[in-house]
Design a protein around this ligand. Structure first.
Ligand SMILES: [Zn+2]
Length: 313
């Protein structure tokens, strides 16, 4: 037999094998199984292997969210299979009821978990905007479009680095008065009389200008710049596809690319960009989805020990 033919056969077997051999000891664990709109859900998966793994949240509303993945560091094996971490957020617009967490490898569904989404009420508010704020929000410009594109490119990027799986600490003292809440259903009333609606993606802390703003967890500064709509802004990457965001600051104290520790001073709060008064806007994104910061401060963003205990059991 010619050498090239032997090579071809080996190659063919090597390619064909994974198609017939499904992971024999596939396991996955989910925390928590009862969720609220805006809540992140963590999944540990062992035995599915490969880069084709996908996790999504589906309901009769369709596919609600997709997950970001990373490999636990240091590496963990369950029954010889490497454990991968996945994280997604239930959108704040998700309807209450039953839903499914679906794990796919390529085009094959390999596991489904039944979960429930609880009922959650969000506050409604109307915000009157003066001429300046109306222009910031309602008048398009090439610069705004370019800045929005850059921000979205960052938030939808899934890197490889794991900086923090801990709970996130609020960037200003936690008992600070709030002027806006996660998931607020907002109506903006322009000075022209027209209105527009939006869902508030984070928490507004009513801090005076000059208040120290701190990183909520270890991470890397992905964005630190003045933006037309959000003023002096910082975005920190904490996990692949997991970001915290800080808006409207009067001063920035960090540069893009800097690796920061939890509590590192990012700058001072202010009222830059679209603001009706001094405040700090704090926001968390998981795979692009708005995530409730209060839930992220109440428990680890990825509870490795609890998930591994569940996975091994
Ligand atoms: Zn806000």
């Amino acid at each position: 037999m010619k050498k090239s033919l032997v090579f071809f056969i080996l190659l063919a077997v090597g390619v064909a094998a994974p198609l017939v051999a499904q992971p024999p000891h596939f396991k996955a664990a989910v925390i928590p199984e009862h969720l609220l709109p805006g809540e992140p859900v963590s999944v540990a998966i062992a035995g599915a292997g490969g880069a084709n793994l996908r996790l999504s949240l589906v309901s009769d509303q369709g596919r609600l969210a997709k997950a970001v993945f990373w490999t636990l560091s240091p590496r963990v094996f369950v029954e010889g299979n490497i454990v991968q971490a996945a994280l997604l957020t239930v959108p704040s617009t998700a309807k209450p009821g039953s839903a499914t967490l679906r794990i796919e490898n390529g085009d094959a569904v390999i596991k489904e978990f039944a979960i429930t989404i609880g009922d959650r009420k969000f506050a409604s508010e109307e915000i009157a905007l003066n001429g300046r704020n109306t222009e910031i929000r309602a008048v398009p410009s090439a610069l705004k479009t370019q800045q929005a594109g850059r921000l979205w490119a960052i938030l939808s990027r899934t890197g490889k680095d794991v900086y923090a799986v801990s709970a996130f600490a609020p960037p200003v003292p936690a008992d600070t008065r709030r002027t806006g809440f996660f998931g607020d259903r907002r109506v903006y009333r322009y000075n022209t009389g027209k209105t527009d609606t939006a869902i508030h993606a984070g928490i507004d802390y009513g801090v005076p200008t000059g208040t120290t703003v701190r990183a909520c967890a270890d991470g890397k500064v992905a964005l630190a710049e003045y933006r037309e709509v959000t003023g002096n802004s910082v975005v920190i990457e904490h996990l692949p596809g997991v970001y915290s965001i800080y808006y409207h600051m009067s001063k920035l104290a960090v540069k893009e690319g800097t690796v920061v520790q939890n509590g590192r001073v990012l700058g001072e709060s202010g009222a830059t960009g679209l603001a009706t008064g001094p405040h700090l806007h704090w926001e968390i994104r998981v795979a692009g989805e708005n995530t409730d910061p209060d839930i992220c401060s109440a428990r680890p963003i990825f509870d490795r020990d609890a998930l591994l205990a569940k996975l091994g059991g």
